[in-house]
Design a protein around this ligand. Structure first.
Ligand SMILES: [Zn+2]
Length: 80
């Protein structure tokens, strides 16, 4: 699956954070994140969160949080 746009990246992001994606998709996604400011900013913030929170977030992200995260990213992308 190609990851050519932020829309693709966002759709894959939650699976990425959950560690559900295959290595080939992960490397394509990381390539996109490396060259895309809004996605990179999000990942930086995510990686800056404490390990414990990260684990809890990745393990049990409620659907409402997943939805608002996706909404937030879509809004951030619209502005750029
Ligand atoms: Zn992006």
């Amino acid at each position: 699956m190609p990851v050519d746009s932020c829309k693709d990246a966002i759709e894959l992001l939650l699976g990425y954070l959950d560690g559900e994606l295959g290595p080939d998709v992960v490397s394509k996604l990381e390539q996109h994140f490396g060259g895309c400011a809004p996605c990179e900013e999000f990942l930086k913030a995510y990686r800056a969160t404490p390990q414990l929170c990260k684990k809890a977030l990745a393990a049990k992200m409620p659907q409402a949080m997943a939805d608002s995260l996706t909404g937030f990213l879509r809004g951030a992308l619209k502005k750029s």
